[in-house]
Structure formats: structure tokens, C-alpha cells
Ligand binder design. Structure first.
Ligand SMILES: [Zn+2]
Length: 79
């Protein structure tokens, strides 16, 4: 089975056997910038493989993470 694209994952990209289950997940991360350290928390859908536990983050979740980081960076500049 190839060529199935629907913005998600039918099977795991890593082990190719597991089913990927999407869960809304609170991600916390720190990033060092030229204005200092930013701490972010963002809720994004993350796909977890039920076999190997591999985490799948799609482009939309990636964009949400970047947007949160940018917001926190702007706030640092406003101080
Ligand atoms: Zn897997």
C-alpha cells in the first residue's frame, strides 16, 4: 500500500507495522535565542505508534510550535 495521503498516518513511518493514534498533547520546550531563553507550552496533535512508540508530528503541529516560539520571542523583546 503506497500513496495514501490524508494528512495523517495509517501506519507508522518508523516500524511500518504499528497503527498511529493521534492524541492532543501538551508540549513544553525551551529555546535559547539572542534575547534570552524562551519557555513555551503548546497543545498540538501528535501521532503515537502503538507498536514502537515513535512520535509523528505533522507540518501543522510543527507550524503551531514555531508560532508559539515566535510569540514568546516577541514578548521577550517587548520587555
Ligand atoms: Zn512504529
Amino acid at each position: 500500500m503506497t500513496g495514501i495521503e490524508r494528512g495523517g498516518w495509517d501506519s507508522c513511518d518508523y516500524c511500518r507495522r504499528g497503527q498511529v493514534v493521534i492524541q492532543q498533547t501538551e508540549l513544553r520546550f525551551r529555546r535559547v535565542t539572542d534575547r534570552g531563553v524562551i519557555q513555551c507550552q503548546v497543545s498540538v496533535p501528535v501521532g503515537y505508534c502503538d507498536q514502537c512508540g515513535f512520535r509523528h508530528v505533522d507540518a501543522a503541529a510543527d507550524a503551531a510550535i514555531e508560532a508559539a516560539a515566535r510569540r514568546a520571542y516577541e514578548e521577550l523583546g517587548a520587555k
